[in-house]
Design a protein around this ligand. Structure first.
Ligand code: GDP
Ligand code: IMO
Ligand code: MG
Length: 424
């Protein structure tokens, strides 16, 4: 591998952080390319648990370089806090992390605007993480955002921050929402900017120089394909492209330089936030999977909605990402179940359809058509190779990958590093 893009193939929380951590051992540079601190990537190292929001999960391997690319929206206070937390826990960060001059900065007013927008939507709310992601990307596209480069120049940053804060406060005032205390916020921002400024660099040059020098580059996606602002269940999506193409536009390496796309999916399905969920189990079985899988949000703590594996939507995700390789996670969560269901097609208006519709009304109207397979009713938690897996587990994996396309590269049977193995 000299360059690999890792993306989630469902609604996020597929276990990307854990897989990035495992792959980082073989990589030289790990690059985040989209999203912001709406992400929560969990990595367990020994008996320690880390939840990374903006910093690439590769940071937990000393000696590896990490970059936050131009496609990311970076909460200034959030990033400073995340760095301080990791440094407190003994990791070197400041000397290994670079932040793009072109990334967009997220401030408190973005979070307030996010909250305001959700409140206005009422019952139709998206169920965002309230991290200001939508308003920050809106500012970027509207060409009024503040970019990473400003962190190097406190005078310029203050000028830009106060102008944008005033604009945001006008909007909040017009909607009767409590305003941001600009002076108090600036006091916090200037301290954080002092810490982050020295890390700011042209990461596009850095990533291309690393590639030319033969270094192995791993791109860490956040969220998942069904949350992609184009390909997901719009408008119940995040505000960035979460699919593999975004690694090029948000990470700075051209498509011709990407060797592999590794798609990560869980052996079942979860979703946090609102929006349609084709195979949702809003019943005791859903609750059972939530408990077995510890399905609670890593960023917000919200219970995740759970359901059966959806091969139709996952096949679509494999296609749009061009995922040639797969990592399948959380297989162990299904260990105790008698019967497993796989959604192999949908029924829409009395017709069987084989592909995921693109229109929300149709997505919301489909009924899953299931195929049943027997469970394996024994532990897979200690499996270290394909042959260690029970036959029923192998049959399940063969069936879902036959339906989705893509070749199994990695299997994960627990949250720990050691509970992972490569499949040839
Ligand atoms: P991410 O956002 O894709 O990085 O995923 P999250 O960290 O939000 O959620 C995945 C959760 O599942 C975390 O708590 C991981 O520690 C855990 N996890 C990852 N892989 C496995 C696995 O194979 N089995 C089990 N039981 N847990 C896993
Ligand atoms: P990781 O990287 C799961 C969801 C939110 C909401 C929608 C929009 O850990 O997989 P946003 O705050 O982005 O405007 O919210 O997207 N969402 C995630 N769901 N995992 C994530 O990240 C998510 N990031 C955002 O719950 O439904
Ligand atoms: Mg997560």
């Amino acid at each position: 591998m000299s360059s690999m893009v890792l993306v989630g193939l469902q609604w996020g929380d597929e276990g990307k952080g854990k897989i990035i951590d495992v792959l980082s051992e073989k990589a030289d540079v790990v690059v985040r390319f989209q999203g912001g601190n709406n992400a929560g990537h969990t990595v367990e190292v020994g008996d320690q648990k880390f939840v990374l929001h903006l910093i690439p999960s590769g940071i937990l391997h000393e000696g590896k370089d990490c970059m936050i690319g131009n496609g990311v929206v970076v909460d200034v206070l959030g990033l400073a806090e995340e760095i301080a937390d990791l440094e407190k826990r003994g990791f070197s960060v400041a000397d290994r992390l670079k932040l793009s001059t072109r990334c967009q900065l997220v401030f408190k007013y973005h979070r307030l605007l996010d909250g305001m927008s959700e409140a206005k939507l009422g019952e139709d709310k998206i169920g965002t993480t309230m991290r200001g992601i939508g308003p920050a990307y809106a500012d970027k596209v509207n060409r009024v955002g503040i970019r990473g480069a400003a962190l190097r120049d406190p005078v310029e940053l203050e000028k830009l921050f106060r102008a944008q804060a005033a604009r945001a406060n006008d909007i909040l005032a017009a909607h009767g929402v409590e305003l941001m205390d600009v002076d108090a916020e600036w006091d916090l921002i200037k301290v954080a900017a002092g810490k982050l400024g020295p890390m700011v660099a042209d990461t596009v040059l850095d990533v291309n120089n690393a590639f030319t020098a033969g270094k192995k580059i791993l791109f860490e996606g956040a969220q998942g394909t069904w949350l992609d602002v184009d390909y997901g269940t719009y408008p119940y999506v995040t505000s960035s492209n979460t699919s593999s193409g975004a690694a090029c536009t948000g990470g700075g390496l051209a498509p011709s330089r990407i060797d592999h796309v590794l798609g990560v999916y869980k052996a079942y399905t979860t979703r946090v936030g609102e929006g349609p969920f084709m195979t949702e189990l809003d019943n005791a079985m859903g609750e059972r999977i939530r408990m077995l899988g510890g399905e609670f949000g890593a960023t917000t703590g919200r219970p995740r909605r759970c359901g059966w594996f959806d091969a139709v939507a996952t096949r679509y995700a494999v296609m749009v990402n061009g995922a040639d390789l797969l990592a399948i996670t959380k297989l162990d969560v299904l260990d105790d179940l008698d019967t497993l269901k796989i959604c192999v097609a949908y029924e829409l208006n009395g017709q069987r359809i084989e592909d995921m519709p693109s229109d929300l009304a149709e997505i919301a109207a489909v009924a899953p058509i299931y195929e049943e397979m027997p469970g394996w009713r024994c532990s897979t938690k200690d499996a270290q190779c394909w042959e260690d897996l029970p036959e029923a587990t192998r049959n399940y994996l063969n069936r879902i990958t036959e339906l989705t396309g893509g070749k199994i590269h990695i299997l994960s049977v627990g949250p720990k590093r050691a509970q992972t193995f490569f499949v040839d």
